[in-house]
Structure formats: structure tokens, C-alpha cells
Design a protein around this ligand. Structure first.
Ligand code: ZN
Length: 76
């Protein structure tokens, strides 16, 4: 009889560990899913040469106009 109690306890511990890991993974997936929304909220600017949308921080500014690269700044 004691063997079954030990077996049930072991199964319970394994089950608890597996569901705990699943919860942690689900939480991590949710956090990662929330990140693109934050990034989309970031200021987006349009390249005056090719019309590409890009984050303001990645853009190049020249004469009050924004470009996606130095190459497009030069070509414009
Ligand atoms: Zn461009």
C-alpha cells in the first residue's frame, strides 16, 4: 500500500513541475507577444526617397527630411 502512496506523491510532484514549467512558458510567450505592440508604438518615420517606414531611431535626417539610409539621402 505504501508503494502506491509514494508513487502517487511522485506523480503529483512531476505533474506540479510540468504544469509550473508550462505556466512559465505561457507567461514568457505572452511577454514576447506584448513586445511588438510596444515597438509599433515607437515613432515611425517615412523615407523621403523610397517611402519605407522605419523607426525614427534608425532613420537618417538631412535638411529636415528623413531617409532610411545615407544612400537614399544622397540619391534624393
Ligand atoms: Zn529609402
Amino acid at each position: 500500500m505504501i508503494k502506491y502512496i509514494v508513487l502517487i506523491a511522485v506523480i503529483a510532484v512531476i505533474f506540479w513541475m510540468v504544469t509550473g514549467k508550462a505556466r512559465a512558458a505561457a507567461r514568457q510567450a505572452k511577454e514576447q507577444a506584448d513586445r511588438p505592440a510596444e515597438r509599433a508604438a515607437e515613432d515611425m518615420v517615412r523615407c523621403a526617397h523610397c517611402g519605407l517606414f522605419l523607426p525614427k531611431a534608425d532613420s537618417v535626417e538631412a535638411r529636415g527630411v528623413r531617409f532610411c539610409s545615407r544612400e537614399h539621402e544622397r540619391l534624393h
